[in-house]
Design a protein around this ligand. Structure first.
Ligand code: HEC
Length: 507
């Protein structure tokens, strides 16, 4: 099966990097990317953000001997160069996905700005591509492995057999740059009243059983209960139906779930049309949207497009590319998402009903070939940039942002109300602070060069659990607090560079 037909739209993995070529052509004579040169490993005098680097390149420093490039290079080339320099400055090679980089768990006590903690392995040896963890009140943890199914991790780290009867998944795949497949198990989440009703929700991509030439799948949500190792009482919660089967691999499917305090369930669906932009701006299609339903699947009558003829009635927001994280902030009663952009343009978004988040009309990042994102021309869509909701945090260079949580536990009281955000390619864990108006305040790198962090959850004990991918087996890690007086002084702290800055004018 040609599972990856559309993958060329998602990544271009040719041997050469057009961004690097532009740098080699115009800059390498005067700037070295070697460590020790100062260009990639020391603060830049004129600013380190992509915006500041772009400005340095555009205007140059004629008196010091650097010409301005605003006249000779197109704005997107200048942006590409700035992204390339910024990537190199955080030691992030565009082509390095860290799938099999050595996985070393830092030992001892880690001190960060607000808390000291230790990191231990709850369980290792999961499938290399797990997707979601969900702690249970009794200390066990549900874990989904994309191409295997659902299992239960005991507090002692032992892992159950697969829960039988969950939606079918497929373990055939194409390995392009990353793994591409169709028919995966994605998020697992508990109903807010789980203690009483036992409902467990699963987001999966259902593969077309008789599409022989090209594999196809579409996002779907079910709920059920686990009894004696079996998935029972299954009910369909959200199922747009096989007319929405898509050839785009599930890597861009989104696949997260979030509950609010009023009984609504939010569902993230990524680029799953016939290409990475098909239908994302079209309200008749479920792709590239965040959806809202009641926990039992009914369509809320006050959804923003319920009264729009032809619109898919569960749409809450649209214009999303690869929404990897979805969380309700119970403190502020707001819904947030994280979203992977192309090269640059990863985002942390505040999701407001009915708003357009821009893909594929506009992005802070660039396409992999260096072209700006403006598929509006192809699609014949004209738009006003003011009508596109900008991210609260623009994560460029892109860390390949994954899932996140708003921390509200007892174990780390100073982190309450803040976001803990994971990343895949960068293999970093961030702490991100917002103010009461939902504006970005600051960020800290809590862990760096760890492993591809796919999911993050807070346990009922307040500890923070990370689900990491690795070629030699996925792992669940636990961050638990250590009283500061127990902390030794060895320099194990993660770098604390507030690398990302808020966008001027962004919400
Ligand atoms: C002819 C030599 C020359 C070329 C070509 C050149 N630069 Fe520079 N560049 C300099 C010099 C000299 C400075 C130092 C100016 C200063 O620090 O005041 C500089 C400064 C910079 C800075 C700001 C550094 C800081 O500390 O803030 C950036 C960013 C930069 N260059 C990027 C580039 C890029 C990208 C290119 C290719 C498009 C490029 N330069 C091409 C000579 C050059």
């Amino acid at each position: 099966m040609i599972a990856g037909l559309a993958y060329v739209f998602l990544f271009s993995d040719g041997p050469s990097d057009p961004f690097e070529e532009t740098f080699a052509q115009h800059c390498i004579g005067c700037h070295s990317l070697d460590t020790g040169s100062g260009f990639v490993d020391a603060p830049l005098t004129h600013g380190d953000s992509v915006a500041a680097i772009s400005k340095s390149i555009a205007h140059g420093f004629p008196q010091q001997g650097m010409p301005g490039f605003a006249e000779t290079l197109a704005p997107e080339d200048i942006r590409a160069l700035a992204i390339y320099v910024a990537e190199r400055r955080v030691d992030r090679l565009f082509t390095d996905f860290r799938v099999d980089a050595p996985l070393t768990i830092p030992e001892g006590v880690l001190s960060t700005a607000q808390h000291t903690f230790k990191l231990d392995v709850v369980t290792a040896g999961l499938d290399p591509l797990p997707f979601s963890i969900q702690p249970l009140p009794d200390g066990r943890i549900l874990v989904t492995e994309k191409m295997r199914g659902l299992r239960i991790v005991e507090p002692d780290g032992s892992v159950s057999d697969l829960v039988s009867g969950t939606p079918r998944v497929y373990d055939d795949y194409i390995e392009a740059v990353l793994v591409w497949g169709h028919g995966w198990l994605l998020d697992v989440a508990l109903h807010p009243d789980y203690a009483r009703n036992g409902w467990i929700y699963l987001h999966h991509t259902r593969r077309c059983e008789d599409c022989w030439i090209v594999a196809r799948s579409y996002n779907r949500v079910v709920r059920g209960r686990i009894r004696d190792g079996h998935w029972v009482d299954e009910e369909v919660v959200w199922d747009p139906g096989p007319e929405f089967h898509s050839i785009v691999p599930d890597i861009g499917a989104g696949g997260r779930l979030a509950f609010d305090d009023q009984g609504y369930l939010y569902i993230s669906v990524g680029i799953k049309g016939s290409s990475n932009f098909d239908g994302v701006q079209n309200l008749e299609k479920p792709w590239g949207k965040i959806h809202r339903v009641w926990a039992d699947g009914r369509v809320p009558t006050d959804n923003p497009f319920v009264g729009t003829p032809g619109a898919y009635p569960t749409i809450w927001t649209f214009g999303h590319r690869s929404p990897q994280g979805l969380e309700f902030n119970h403190r502020t009663q707001k819904l947030w998402s994280t979203e992977m952009g192309p090269r640059g343009g990863d985002e942390i978004n505040l999701l407001l009903p009915g708003r357009n988040y821009g893909w594929p009309l506009y992005s802070m990042g660039l396409n992999y070939d260096g072209e700006p994102v403006n598929y509006g021309e192809w699609l014949d869509i004209t738009f006003d940039l003011n009508d596109i909701e900008q991210p609260v945090v623009d994560l460029t260079p892109a860390p390949a942002v994954s899932s996140f949580v708003f921390y509200e536990g007892d174990a780390f009281p100073r982190w309450r109300g803040q976001a803990l955000v994971g990343s895949l390619k960068a293999s970093e864990l961030y702490r991100v602070v917002f103010d009461e108006q939902d504006r970005f305040v600051s960020s800290e790198v809590l862990l760096s060069k760890l492993a591809r962090i796919r999911d993050i959850e807070v346990g009922f004990d307040g500890a923070v659990y990370l689900l990491v991918e690795h070629a030699e087996g996925g792992q669940i890690l636990r961050l638990s607090p250590v009283a500061p007086e127990q902390a030794d002084t060895r320099p194990v702290a993660a770098p604390q560079s507030p690398r990302y800055s808020a966008l001027p004018g962004a919400r």
